[in-house]
Design a protein around this ligand. Structure first.
Ligand SMILES: *Cc1c(COP(=O)(O)O)cnc(C)c1O
Length: 439
């Protein structure tokens, strides 16, 4: 997770230095603090109170799933105070939280979260996908927003506990190939209205039924249509919060997202700086496949290009990292599988002008977004300040007209792991709680 910073001496280094330091001290139990030292997060202390009012699982097309307004029967909550540290976690019935109106999170966005999924495999097993990536990232996010640190392995155990209790009923064995959305969240519950480092916090984990596919705006035409962000609407900047999943990044993006939707686009393509660097799309990382200018088909691979992590402007997506790893492992050799040309993997800043040029010169091969929510979804169009760039989705005669061959390969390879068709270290099996309801 510790990506070296690409530049030296800028304000972004102060941020990353502070975050790295805080992460180290947050996980360092030998830290000299007044005794008795505050307790670390400890999943083994969890108390369990099962619901007496189990709800029925909504049908896949229920409105509450489309709006993601409900969750499974249970949730996990853990309180923290600066004096005592983490209290014993509770697995208890899902329900409202109680907060003072002065609570820090309500005024100062002292909040961070994670997003991942629990899957029911075709082999009947429940799985998580690389959960340690999410728990490590949550620690980085918490640190950036002055929330308390914790042992990420204990958070992973709590996530597995919730999935093991609610998974059997909410992801029945009779419906393989389905998933629930997991949302670990941390908020500062500190009731002090003065702006300060929170002295009280709440960590909670909820598990939500989620739409099986997020629909593109034009159902007849495959692929997402993206609206490039305006010059006066910037998601993240060096030295800011772009690398952290903190609520403060997302509330302010809703205005641009709303405008995009109103104009018939699916998501915003976030640009940065006077050169219109391409960063991310909505809450997904963004990839293009193009042929480099001046290179011919027989002599060189295509390029798979995505924005770099070094300046900490974009989120270090688990899906992004997995796509890059799979590409490096399987697609860089000239004998790549799946009847595709080999790829050269390029993590660097790139501009909208480069995308436009590639399109005009017929070198643009494919573009897709990658993230937990949209998974791997092709992009068919980018509207950039007055011009529309058409992105090829599938070529005439391709067997699969719904997405290009690279998006298809990554999607297939990830699905094989997630749904247990191929054994892989990224697919982490969750044991089901004995006696859990399995209807
Ligand atoms: C969550 C998120 C992503 C995707 O990350 P995954 O770990 O792949 O789900 C990408 N960009 C932003 C801004 C995000 O919030």
């Amino acid at each position: 997770m510790s990506e070296p910073s690409s530049s030296q001496g800028g304000p972004q280094d102060l941020t990353s230095l502070a975050v790295d330091r805080a992460v180290a001290s947050n996980t360092d139990n030998t830290n000299a603090s007044p005794s008795p030292s505050p307790a670390d997060l400890d999943a083994s202390k969890t108390t369990i109170e099962l619901t007496t009012k189990p709800r029925s699982v909504p049908l896949p097309n229920a409105p509450e799933i489309a709006s993601v307004t409900t969750a499974t029967d249970h949730m996990i909550t853990v309180h923290w105070t600066s004096e005592s540290g983490w209290s014993a976690p509770k697995l208890k019935p899902y329900g409202p939280l109680s907060l003072m109106p002065t609570a820090s999170v309500l005024h100062y966005a002292t909040e961070c979260f994670e997003g991942t999924k629990a899957y029911r495999g075709h082999d009947g097993q429940l799985r998580l996908f690389r959960p340690s990536r999410n728990t490590a990232r949550m620690l980085i996010s918490a640190t950036r927003i002055a929330l308390p640190g914790f042992n990420p392995d204990e958070l992973e155990k709590l996530i597995k506990l919730l999935v093991s209790v609610d998974g059997p009923k909410w992801l029945p064995r009779s419906a393989p190939g389905t998933f629930l959305y997991l949302r670990p969240t941390m908020i500062a519950t500190d009731p002090g209205l003065s702006l300060h480092t929170p002295l009280e916090a709440l960590l909670y984990i909820i598990l939500c039924p989620f739409p099986s596919t997020l629909k593109a705006s034009t159902p007849t035409k495959p692929g997402l249509r993206l609206l490039a962000s305006r010059e006066d609407s910037i998601r993240a900047w060096p030295g800011g919060l772009g690398f952290a999943k903190v609520g403060a990044n997302y509330g302010p993006s809703v205005l641009a997202q709303g405008e995009a939707r109103q104009r018939g686009y699916d998501a915003v393509l976030w640009l940065f700086g006077p050169d219109a660097l391409v960063t991310e799309a909505g809450t997904s990382n963004f990839f293009v496949v193009w042929r480099k200018k001046g290179e011919a088909g027989e002599t060189s691979c295509l390029e798979l290009v995505t924005a770099p992590l070094g300046d900490k402007v974009i989120l270090d997506g688990v899906t992004r990292g997995s796509v890059l790893e799979l590409a490096r492992e399987r697609l860089v050799s000239p004998n790549a599988p799946g009847h595709v040309e080999c790829l050269r993997i390029v993590e660097r800043s790139f501009t909208m002008k480069e995308v436009e040029d590639a399109s005009q010169e017929g070198r643009l091969v494919e573009a897709f977004v990658a993230g937990t929510a949209y998974f791997i979804t092709p992009v068919s169009e980018i509207h950039f300040r007055g011009t529309t760039i058409e992105v090829p989705v599938a070529r005439e005669g391709d067997k699969d007209q719904s997405m290009g061959p690279y998006a298809r390969l990554f999607r297939t390879w990830l699905e094989e792991i997630i749904y247990g068709r191929k054994a892989h270290k990224w697919g982490v099996v969750v044991d089901e709680a004995p006696g859990a309801v399995n209807k």
